[in-house]
Design a binder for this molecule. Structure first.
Ligand code: 3HC
Length: 283
């Protein structure tokens, strides 16, 4: 099938990034979230990113117009009926993802491909609520989506070869590089990265070093572009807690227990950049 129209479900950090990348690549995109404020916020974030590019001389006003012209927002899942490909990027809760795909499965024609941008939940389990598990795949982007080149492609138990082929082409059209990983808790990159972020929180909690020095240490000592605590704030502490909880529950290995400081911060609503307070203050 010739993919021209893409539905993106979830207008948060990841969903708006995916919508931007798809619209930039010339696809028609419908961005859906559960209320108009969330949709407007996602579209505003994209506009803001494009304006920043323009101020650096990387885009023209015309170029921005044509990208925005490819984008449409909605709160109705039924508006995704005519999409050739639907990419879900809602919160990292399996019950919510399943509910979205139950609705999508009813709304979209049988030709539509489905992908979940999960950070590490079971693709097979989510695909199982649809009548098209063969047309379902894990498509894991990295934050910030417009910048990070990688997408992990994760086959569910029933994903067929045509879905893998179509999705690989789509990722290339988005200007990204794919790696192929087997279904496993947290796949490959997060399995390595997120326990490191969690460990940085233990180092902070145990009073071994300050947040600033932990981040400076990993930036200057390991050449990471930003330190683990600043990165955690960027990804969102709620997402990281979901991800660590999944890894721990799936493996029951105590080395993956979420840091108590992470849980405490999430309970306090200090989720990082998106709430203005995480390990650092962004107000
Ligand atoms: N959206 C769009 N573009 C962004 C952006 C955003 N949110 N944040 C930064 N950028 C762009 C900037 O505009 C800039 O573009 P330019 O090169 O054209 O000027 C470029 O990225 C570099 O940004 P800055 O100069 O402001 O700052 P840095 O040099 O520190 O780069 C960074 C920012 C690219 C975010 C860099 O710090 C980095 O690579 N950090 C690590 C990111 C990472 O590890 N991501 C993976 C997270 S894990 C994940 O997503 C998985 C999930 O499942 C949990």
């Amino acid at each position: 099938m010739n993919i021209r129209k893409i539905g993106v479900i979830g207008a948060g950090i990841m969903g708006s990034g995916i919508a931007q990348v798809a619209a930039q690549a010339g696809f028609k995109v419908i961005l859906r979230d559960i209320n108009q404020d969330l949709v407007d916020h996602g579209l505003a974030k994209i506009r803001n990113n494009l304006e920043k590019d323009k101020s650096k001389g990387k885009r023209t006003e015309e170029g921005i117009k044509s990208i925005l012209n490819n984008l449409e927002g909605t709160v109705n899942i039924s508006d995704l009926t005519s999409c050739h490909y639907a990419i879900e990027a809602a919160v990292e809760k399996i019950s919510i993802k399943k509910e979205i795909f139950r609705e999508l499965d009813k709304a979209c024609g049988p030709e539509t491909f489905f992908a979940t941008n999960t950070s590490g939940l079971s693709v097979t389990e989510i695909a199982g609520v649809t009548g098209r598990p063969h047309k379902f795949i894990g498509m894991h982007f990295f934050n910030p989506v417009p910048v990070m080149k990688l997408v992990e492609l994760v086959k569910g138990a029933k994903t067929d070869a045509n879905t893998v082929k179509t999705t690989t082409t789509l990722i290339k059209d988005f200007g990204k590089e794919a790696i192929f990983v087997e279904e496993a808790p947290l796949f490959a990159v997060n399995r390595i990265l997120v326990p490191m972020l969690n460990e940085a929180m233990f180092v902070l909690m145990e009073g071994i070093a300050s947040a600033e020095d932990i981040d400076k240490g990993m930036h200057l000592g390991a050449n990471h572009p930003i330190g683990p605590l600043a990165l955690s704030d960027m990804v969102g502490l709620d997402t990281l807690l979901f991800v660590m909880d999944t890894l721990y529950e799936e493996t029951r290995d105590s080395k993956y227990r979420p840091c108590p400081l992470l849980r405490k911060m999430v309970r306090a609503g200090n989720l990082g950049k998106k709430t203005g307070q995480g390990f650092y203050n962004y107000s």
